[in-house]
Design a protein. Structure first.
Length: 178
């Protein structure tokens, strides 16, 4: 394909605009006949408003499995969004995000699954399931060695993981949100 034809094809389909209209990247990739998602991603530019809409629509649950709802039209919505963006940039965890403001120190260092400020979304279900298996092995091994305190600490984490996995697998329901 000539360079001018390629330029016209990209200009006409405006993939960066398509992403901001909720057109999946795979659809744009096929329209543009790209060989890889990386090539399509090269042309993609998502607006902050697109990312924010997706975040607002995503279900978020705390360590008890309760849905956490943020009012996108509320008076503090911009502040909540700014805090979320900052948390993702500075305190991202392998299975969720810390909801504690950056300026505060965490009394639960390295114990996020027992921290009431921990939030997570369905995208982290594979990590939660894998971590659940690891924690279950720790509980079993601790009990076998008679280490009841270690077993109990890990049982709390195991229970929280069970709550999270169950809640994230359920259909979205904001009636019981806090």
């Amino acid at each position: 394909m000539s360079k001018s034809t390629n330029s016209i094809r990209h200009h006409r389909t405006t993939p960066f605009t398509s992403f901001n209209r909720d057109v999946p990247q795979e659809v744009v990739r096929r329209i543009l006949d790209h060989d890889s998602p990386q090539m399509t991603a090269h042309y993609a530019r998502m607006h902050d408003t697109t990312v924010r809409r997706a975040w607002e629509a995503a279900r978020k649950v705390d360590i008890t499995g309760r849905t956490v709802v943020f009012d996108p039209d509320g008076p503090l919505s911009d502040a909540v969004w700014a805090k979320q963006r900052l948390a993702q940039a500075t305190q991202a965890l392998p299975n969720g995000y810390c909801g504690l403001p950056v300026q505060q120190s965490c009394p639960h260092a390295n114990a996020c699954l027992t921290c009431p400020m921990f939030l997570t979304t369905p995208e982290f279900l594979p990590q939660h399931r894998a971590q659940r298996q690891q924690v279950l092995q720790l509980v079993t091994a601790a009990e076998a060695r008679g280490q009841q305190r270690l077993a109990e600490m890990n049982r709390q984490v195991l229970g929280n993981l069970d709550n999270i996995i169950t809640a994230l697998n359920e259909p979205k329901d904001t009636k019981h949100a806090r």
